[in-house]
Design a protein around this ligand. Structure first.
Ligand SMILES: N[C@@H](CCC(=O)N[C@@H](CS)C(=O)NCC(=O)O)C(=O)O
Length: 201
């Protein structure tokens, strides 16, 4: 399978899950501005929306949306527990977190990277992030990961998105559990391997 990625972008989450699951991916780096791959090909021909992650499946079909791509990859190796089994309440809980990260955090963080976002919108979004991260911090109290002791697809996505705080000058120091969580996830060998592969270690 081929993963189109930009270093440190949300495509880091499926990349982490692939490494956690021991799935070998062909990595194709995309330039966000030119929408060209590192081989000079037009990324828009693969994903007309122009965003990563974009995963080309073994049958050549394209899969997008970080919150879905992580589930697909995790489900290739159910024994890892990266996604709980269909029908289990835990699976819905992981999906609940994935939807939360996508809609309450990812897109809000993303607004800070867009040059045309007005300052007033950024101010509103900062307040939104403070409220939502206070909630996440409370949920992580006494837990290594979102689901407790088990690292799941939702952690790969949350950890990726939290990593953007430093680029937008968002202070995470009021959130002690999140700070600990960042270190716990970063220490995972598959996460370190992924960071090295993307040139971020
Ligand atoms: N709806 C997509 C959005 C993905 C997205 O925002 N990707 C960003 C990087 S984190 C991107 O590729 N931005 C470049 C662009 O939109 O042109 C998802 O949930 O995966």
């Amino acid at each position: 399978m081929k993963l189109f990625y930009m270093p440190g972008a949300c495509s880091l989450a499926p990349h982490i899950i692939a490494n956690e699951a021991g799935i070998d991916l062909d990595l194709v780096r995309v330039d966000g501005k030119s929408k060209k791959t590192e081989q000079g090909q037009d990324f828009l021909a693969t994903n007309p929306n122009g965003y990563v992650p974009a995963l080309v499946l073994p049958d050549g079909e394209l899969m997008t949306e970080a919150s879905v791509v992580v589930q697909y990859l995790a489900d290739q190796k159910p024994e890892t527990g990266l996604m709980p089994k269909p029908g289990e309440i835990a699976r819905y809980r992981v999906q609940q977190w994935l939807a939360f990260v996508a809609t309450e955090l990812h897109k809000v963080f993303g607004s800070f990277f867009k040059p045309d976002t007005p300052e007033a919108t950024k101010e509103i979004n900062r307040a939104h992030l403070s409220r939502r991260l206070a909630y996440v911090d409370q949920k992580l109290d006494g837990r290594s990961y979102l689901m407790g002791d088990t690292f799941t697809a939702a952690d790969a996505y949350l950890w990726t998105v939290l990593g953007w705080a430093k680029f937008i000058g968002f202070d995470l120091s009021p959130f002690a559990n999140i700070q600990r969580y960042l270190g716990t996830v970063a220490a995972r060998p598959a996460v370190q391997k992924t960071l090295r592969a993307e040139g971020l270690a």
